[in-house]
Design a protein around this ligand. Sequence first.
Ligand SMILES: C[S@@+](CC[C@H](N)C(=O)[O-])C[C@H]1O[C@@H](n2cnc3c(N)ncnc32)[C@H](O)[C@@H]1O
Length: 397
Amino acid sequence: MEESIVASDEEYLTEEEEQPEQRGIKRKHEDDEDDEREQINQDDEQEGGTQSTSHDNSIVVANHYNKLQEKGLAERFNSKIFYLRNFNNWIKSMLISDYLEKIKDSMQHGSPLRVLDMCCGKGGDLLKWHKGRITYLICTDIAEISIEQCRARYEKITANDPPERKSFQAEFFTADSTRDRLRERYIDPSIELNLVSCQFAFHYCFESPKQAEQMLKNVSECLKIGGYFIGTIPDAKDIMKRQRAAQSDSFGNDVFNIKFLSDPDDLPIFGAKYNFHLDGVVDCPEFLVYFPAFVKLAKRYNLKLIENVRFEDYFQMKIGKGRGLIEKMQAAERFSLNGNRNLSRSNEEEYKHAKDFLLQKGGYENRRKCGTLSASEWEAASLYMTFAFQKVKGPIE
Ligand SMILES: C[S@@+](CC[C@H](N)C(=O)[O-])C[C@H]1O[C@@H](n2cnc3c(N)ncnc32)[C@H](O)[C@@H]1O
């Protein structure tokens, strides 16, 4: 691949300032500094009345992920979101390797490196942990079948290791990270973790303040001082921006759709619910993560925000280092000015940004080929952001 682009800047600008479309979720937060605390209290009081509905949601999510079939390579290749999934996987690879490096740089050579993969699913990140040469991994997820598949995948990856000297040891259990205390389920509850990773899943805890608190308690409880909490979530600000632009409760394209189940003009900080549909992979309720509330809550658990970066910016930041991996992971599709017989989409509009990019570049760099995502896939990829927190000793200002 000569050059990797996914979209031109003009088409997918991020705006730094808070946009009016944020007001729906912001208003309540601004009204009262202790708003989240109030919501927690209300939650406690109403527990009997609201719990069943709330649990129903977790059951829907668990059932949804349990039902997802493992797809073969051919089926995955023919999916409309083949490159999008690989691109998301590349982002995770870069994020994970970045923080594993930071951890290794700060610890004594030969010290154990222990990781919690919270909401691990079928173990999509197991190879990353293997390549990252960690010592110990805890895998947990609400979906029992996913955990079984994750364990099986781990056995496969480590099958050639001598049993007494596996490349890394691991434990697996089913739990609701938003309700259960994970520590009580660990083989060693006194374990000290270097890294907690929660990929494409933290948003499920924003159903209620109580669930968000439990999730963050689970993150922080066994994390060493100096250890990191990393993840990927939908960017609520961007979702609101798109909802406002669409002037509809439902928007998307042929690969994804978001349908608001809460009133977009009067969103609560917790429980702002929408249904997310992603072609053949996701179709279940999710919750907007109002980021300032996330940061504020995290502080209570001594987790200090290090960075939060939208995927499109993260791509720009990491492409220098991760170009080779993009190609290896097939995280972008080859587009050429000389003809494109093998593109996944026949609609030329899907690659207009790549063509414009090359025509513009070609003038002075003579580039004829680049790597890209179709416009529809990019619209879905650019819904997301990465985040990283560090566990610190004292209270955070
Ligand atoms: C989109 S998948 C991501 C899986 C994995 N982290 C990855 O990146 O491949 C979201 C995962 O979150 C899990 N999940 C959702 N709610 C959960 C909860 N309350 N507790 C634990 N896991 C949960 C789902 O079962 C699912 O496996």
